[in-house]
Design a protein around this ligand. Structure first.
Ligand SMILES: *Cc1c(COP(=O)(O)O)cnc(C)c1O
Length: 374
């Protein structure tokens, strides 16, 4: 069809927007490269699949899909409220946590206002900011010789807060770096922000972070009314394809999010699956153990190949190839292995590798060894 260019009519924020670059789906790789038995270590999905309890719950509710979902997600909210020891009035459900990040931008940002985030951060923060025409203020990341190379520099972020700042985004642990911040530092940072700044703490990978060094920002909601914590079922719970996540905030902010939220943004299977997954502790424990072992395996294997890895508290590792990573990425694709190039994040010598099963990790390491010796 002849393409008409409507970009002149689009609002300015949208005209300048670059779409999100997702990890390549297995199906697409196999079509494009004519390979089989491919593996995907690109989108931080759980190699164990979905929580079995979630699958069982969905099966039991397949026949109900002709009905609109419960727009208020009553049962899931009850389960989330119980998990966090918070009232349901603090919860906003999203079609993935991406959804709630966009609600926040729609509510608090507009042209003339600003958001602050770190140089190497989740791509959705700049997208949500630009979409509504607000200005993105990017804080330089920690230097590469820091113990948390490329991680969030809270001081640099604080320095970018002005009278026009309305939101600060930080992810703990961070994607695409895997780096993390100690709870006490995050808490001090939030406490130092002026009241007109909403602080979003994105805890998408928190289930993988071992010990309590990162804390649980949702326990600080009473103290900081300007805090919003986001969680997702896409990562450790293994429900990325269902698109479900949530925000925890002061009820005053939840009320605003509920106004912009599309009426039925979370589907009925996602509601029952997420509720069941929350009750599946054994699955989370198993996922954490597999991840702990897999991270070690990848780190050791990559280092044995002479590569430098960035510390990670998540289910992926950022590895520096010491050369432009696109050539190596291409060679991996030809061997049926999908990882994530991060040049779009400004890290062109690095690859982000999701922790897979023991066998998948080994296949990746063997392939890299083979590619690097050529
Ligand atoms: C994967 C990820 C999310 C989760 O996105 P969903 O929309 O919930 O799938 C949120 N934040 C970060 C930093 C992520 O990496």
């Amino acid at each position: 069809m002849k393409i008409f260019d409507y970009s002149d009519l689009a609002v300015e924020g949208v005209r300048k927007l670059e779409p999100y670059t997702p990890g390549k789906p297995i199906d697409e790789l196999e079509r494009d490269y004519g390979v089989q038995n491919s593996i995907k270590l690109a989108s931080n999905e759980n190699p164990l699949g979905a929580s079995p309890k979630a699958i069982e719950a969905m099966r039991a509710h397949l026949d109900d899909t002709w009905l609109y979902p419960d727009a208020n997600g009553y049962h899931l909210k009850q389960a989330i409220a119980e998990k966090h020891g918070l009232p349901t009035s603090t919860i906003t459900l999203g079609n993935g946590s991406n959804d709630v990040l966009v609600f926040l931008a729609q509510i608090f940002l507009r042209p003339g206002l600003e958001s602050v985030f770190s140089q190497y951060c989740f791509a959705v923060y700049p997208i949500a900011t630009q979409m509504v025409g607000a200005k993105a203020c990017v804080a330089p990341a920690l230097p590469e010789d820091h113990p948390m190379p490329f991680g969030h520099d809270l001081r640099a972020m604080f320095e970018r807060v002005t009278n026009n700042t309305r939101m600060v985004f930080l992810a703990n642990p961070n994607n695409p770096t895997g780096t993390w911040l100690e709870a006490a530092r995050v808490k001090d940072f939030i406490g130092s922000l002026p009241p007109h700044v909403i602080c979003v703490v994105d805890e998408a990978y928190t289930e993988y972070a071992e010990g309590d060094r990162l804390g649980d920002a949702s326990t600080w909601l009473d103290e900081f009314p300007n805090l919003v914590v986001t969680r997702t079922f896409s990562k450790a719970y293994g429900l990325a394809g269902l698109r479900i996540g949530y925000a925890l905030s002061n009820p005053g902010i939840a009320d605003l999010m509920n106004r912009v939220r599309p009426a039925f943004n979370v589907n009925s299977l996602a509601l029952v699956a997420a509720e069941a997954a929350l009750g599946d502790d054994a699955f989370i424990q198993q996922s954490r153990k597999l991840n702990r072992d897999g991270l070690q395996q990848l780190r050791d294997g990559l280092q044995a190949l002479g590569l430098v890895t960035v510390p990670s508290a998540a289910n992926f590792v950022l590895v520096r190839m010491g050369q432009p990573a696109d050539v190596i990425n291409e060679a991996l694709l030809q061997r049926g292995i999908i990882v994530r190039p991060v040049a779009n994040y400004g890290l062109d010598d690095a690859l982000r590798i999701t922790v897979g099963t023991n066998a998948q990790n080994q296949r990746l390491l063997d392939a890299l060894a083979d590619i690097l010796k050529q």
